[in-house]
Design a protein around this ligand. Structure first.
Ligand SMILES: [Fe+2]
Ligand SMILES: [Fe+2]
Length: 135
């Protein structure tokens, strides 16, 4: 079973953002599945690097959308993106320092990390986008 299941509630109503959210969920689910199949430490480190790169690009896209649509919650949303990137860097540093990874801990961290941001900051973008289109 996948670690994170896509929910309609995650949809923010901006096609490009939704597409990337689905891609990010797939990538995290792939890492979870790989660890379940006994992935090597190197493979896990590489995949975390890929997740970090895709998430950085995704945050940049969302921030661009928020700026162009003059979204009032831009600062706090961007701040949360920065905190998330810091947390992910800390997770990657820990895995590199340890020279190993704890499968369950890593999966739980990534799952919580994503779903909390999706269902709070990103979910608010959805309401905003609808208002924006109807005005
Ligand atoms: Fe976001
Ligand atoms: Fe997002």
């Amino acid at each position: 079973m996948s670690l994170i299941e896509w929910k309609e509630a995650y949809s923010v109503g901006v096609a490009e953002v939704d597409l990337e959210h689905r891609g990010l969920i797939d990538l995290i689910n792939d890492l979870h599945a790989l660890m379940g199949k006994g992935a090597t430490y190197e493979k896990v480190v590489d995949t975390l690097g890929e997740i970090y790169a895709q998430i950085s690009a995704h945050f940049a896209l969302e921030e661009k959308f928020m700026r162009t649509s003059r979204y009032a919650g831009y600062s706090s949303h961007k701040e949360n993106h920065e905190e998330l990137l810091d947390e992910l860097r800390d997770i990657m540093d820990r895995v590199e320092d340890d020279g190993s990874f704890e499968e369950q801990r890593l999966s739980a961290e990534l799952e919580r990390w994503f779903t909390v941001h999706f269902s709070t900051h990103d979910a608010k973008l959805h309401g905003f986008e609808q208002k924006h289109q109807s005005s």
